[in-house]
Design a protein around this ligand. Structure first.
Ligand SMILES: [Zn+2]
Length: 278
């Protein structure tokens, strides 16, 4: 069954420092100290802002260990709890993926996790059999034109949205991440909060148009784009100097989110997949 068109709103729930790769190899306690309670405190205002709309939250498992109330709050409010990774870093090596799946098994079972979003939307084909073995039903870990639904074995792949400007692409193998080959291939990855950070009005109009065409856009935001941390983005200054392309991820998108919530029908990716599978 083709589900009615809706905006598939996803939130990659990670700490503010996940934009930087400098902390990936620290001990977990050090990252916990860096977080300064941000990930715990951001959830209530985000849930309040969402109101009745239901979103998919892909969690970093480390945060679940630090703040056990976090997934419970998301779950109790009727949103989808999904899996982003156990520790936020590039996750494209099979042994790393296996490790993260093993260490997250307990909380994934408790919160009925069936959806996966690869960190940085960067994955490999060999992730899909592993997801299948670990009770997932879908992944949202590629970029592709809105309306693209792929079957990877028994796993559905529901990509983050792009708008193809030079005709529809034909290769949907992982990785399909935000890189120059995607951009030069003519795809505008409007599902990324990088684009809503630069062109919020354009992204809003594209979403409106895609919905009118009967499609269901997949977009993602991060908590630090909805509830800015204190001293923001100054606390990220060193990384912003080294990589100015991070800047759009530091823009406040709470107004953009409010516009989406007030104008479009919204659902979780899991609800969409369940309807499509009927
Ligand atoms: Zn992430």
């Amino acid at each position: 069954m083709t589900p009615s068109p809706r905006l598939l709103l996803t939130i990659d729930y990670e700490s503010w420092f996940a934009l930087s790769r400098r902390h990936d190899f620290l001990a977990s306690e050090k990252r916990f100290a860096l977080d300064e309670g941000y990930s715990r405190d951001a959830i209530d205002p985000i849930l309040e802002m969402l109101g009745e709309a239901k979103a998919s939250f892909y969690l970093v498992g480390e945060l679940v260990e630090w703040y056990p109330d976090l997934p419970q709050k998301i779950f109790n409010a009727g949103h989808e709890v999904g899996f982003h990774c156990q520790v936020h870093r590039p996750l494209t090596i099979v042994s790393d993926i296996k490790h993260d799946l093993q260490t997250s098994a307990g909380w994934r079972k408790k919160y009925k996790v069936h959806g996966f979003r690869a960190p940085m939307i960067n994955t490999v084909e060999s992730v899909y059999p592993l997801l299948e073995q670990n009770n997932f039903t879908y992944s949202s870990s590629l970029y592709a034109p809105t309306g693209t639904i792929l079957q990877k074995g028994k796993i559905w792949e529901i990509p983050a949205s792009t708008l193809p400007l030079l005709g529809r692409p034909s290769n949907f193998h992982a990785p399909r991440r935000m890189d120059l080959s995607l951009i030069f291939g003519g795809e505008f990855p409007y599902g990324s909060s990088f684009m809503s950070g630069l062109f919020a009005k354009t992204v809003f109009k594209i979403i409106e148009k895609e919905l009118k065409a009967g499609l269901s856009p997949v977009i993602f935001l991060h908590p630090y784009e909805i509830v800015p941390p204190t001293r923001w983005p100054a606390r990220l200054a060193r990384d912003l100097f080294a990589n100015p392309l991070l800047f759009p991820f530091t823009r406040n998108k709470s107004f953009f989110l409010n516009d989406l919530l007030h104008n479009f029908p919204i659902s979780t990716v899991e609800a969409y997949v369940n309807e499509a599978a009927q």
